[in-house]
Design a protein. Structure first.
Length: 254
């Protein structure tokens, strides 16, 4: 993809899928603002982008906080000069089953995963529109469509938040079309990060569960998602909006 001269904001850019996405977009010519709640993680991503010859800067915010979000987006636009792309990626999960789930955990996960996407998009969209339009990609999950559990206990707060993302994307696509902004989602399957709190690749039982379901017999890498993000942001996807693209190794096929 060619993103030369484009300004991109990636939330949750301090690790995992967000870091891979920031690096991919920068490698393809974009100037990237890495937004994260952790200044240390954001700085690490920026350093890796610069070391590879790209352009990046860090902005710090808790995506649940409107004031912090507005300040971070404003700072990003001031540094980038313009904003063409937004990647809503910041997300969390707590591994608590329904019976033990607290109200505080519910609010934490739903506020980061869903409210955060709303707040960042609301702050960023006017800048994207002012520049003549652009594209937004939200990171969802296959768990917006199916429950994934090897134990019978799932994370209902996480499913609810990501199911909300899928519908939010459709509504935003309709709302922002007049501003020349396309909005899509990507639904990752099992990806090789420590998002769930563990490295699944070193747990034989976890890998067996995953490989029994996947059609492509490997765990996904953050770079697989970054490649799909790059496509959906690009002009090659100029006739695509309001969809959720699974990048899941075939998980949803069966």
């Amino acid at each position: 993809m060619n993103h030369a001269g484009k300004g991109a904001l990636v939330t949750g850019g301090g690790s995992g899928i967000g870091r891979a996405t920031a690096r991919r977009l920068a490698a393809e010519g974009a100037h990237v603002a890495v937004l994260d709640v952790s200044a240390e993680r954001a700085a690490e991503t920026v350093a890796s982008v610069i070391a590879a010859g790209g352009k990046a800067l860090a902005v710090i915010a808790d995506v649940r906080d409107r004031a912090q979000v507005r300040a971070a987006v404003s700072a990003a636009v001031g540094a980038l000069g313009s904003l063409d792309y937004l990647v809503n990626n910041a997300g969390v999960v707590t591994m608590t089953g329904f019976a033990d789930l607290t109200e505080e955990e519910w609010d934490y996960v739903v506020d980061v995963n869903l409210k955060g996407y709303f707040l960042v998009t609301q702050a960023a969209a006017p800048y994207i529109a002012k520049g003549g339009g652009g594209a937004i990609v939200c990171i969802s999950t296959v768990e917006a469509d199916v429950v994934v559990s090897s134990t019978g206990h799932c994370q209902v707060h996480y499913n609810a938040s990501k199911g909300g993302v899928k519908m939010l994307v459709k509504a935003l696509a309709a709302e922002l079309a007049a501003d020349g902004i396309r909005v899509n989602a990507i639904a990752p399957g099992a990806i090789n990060t420590t998002f769930s709190g563990a490295d699944l690749t070193v747990i034989p039982e976890a890998m067996k569960f995953l490989m029994d379901r996947a059609l492509i017999q490997r765990i996904g890498e953050p770079e697989d998602i970054a490649a799909a993000v790059s496509f959906l942001l690009s002009d090659d996807a100029s006739y695509i909006t309001g969809v959720q693209l699974p990048v899941d190794g075939g998980w949803l096929v069966r």
